[in-house]
Design a protein around this ligand. Sequence first.
Ligand code: GTP
Ligand code: MG
Length: 195
Amino acid sequence: MHVQDAEIVMSAVDPKQYPGTGFPEIALAGRSNVGKSSFINKLINRKALARTSSKPGKTQTLNFYLINNFFYFVDVPGYGYAKVSKTERAKWGRMMETYFTQRDQMKHVFLVVDFRHEPTIDDIQMKDFIEYYDIPYTVVATKADKIPRGKWNQHFYQIKKALNLPSDESLILFSSETGEGFDKAWKLIEDILED
Ligand code: GTP
Ligand code: MG
């Protein structure tokens, strides 16, 4: 897909604030600082439409990015950041649960994990949550540029195994630095939006 037009239309915390236009939505999920917002920026070829930071906790709300007046990427705040109060964590949980379990036009989740490391307990819980609610998903292992190519296979299968993924197609290797996985991700998005 050639992205001609990408704009943020809403930062929402509450369902009343979700866009009412009915376009399909593709949502991100993943640990804080793993690279969710960077993934969106890479795919839409914008350096900083989705705000990123080297410090975890940059994205705080559900951010709806309208692409080509056709579908939304929904960027979300990450989990697993230690310096978050209990109250904030509970607020995050409610916001995410409401969105993920009640949003009909949400068609697919990209669960972003760090290609360098074993998935965390939080990653596994997030994946279980997504499966429990029967939400179609694909895992994106990002920051591939930080691992030498000779080790890619080993990391790929470690992550696949740790998350107990059904097939090789359930895991996309990605890098927002080099564009690795760009074509695969777009091909998948086009398939999702065709259905
Ligand atoms: P929160 O909004 O806090 O949940 O984080 P996020 O998941 O949106 O992460 P973000 O995209 O803000 O990226 C976090 C940091 O990782 C930034 O410093 C990015 O530049 C860096 N980063 C993201 N993707 C990649 C990648 O593929 N390769 C490398 N080398 N760095 C990356
Ligand atoms: Mg972010």
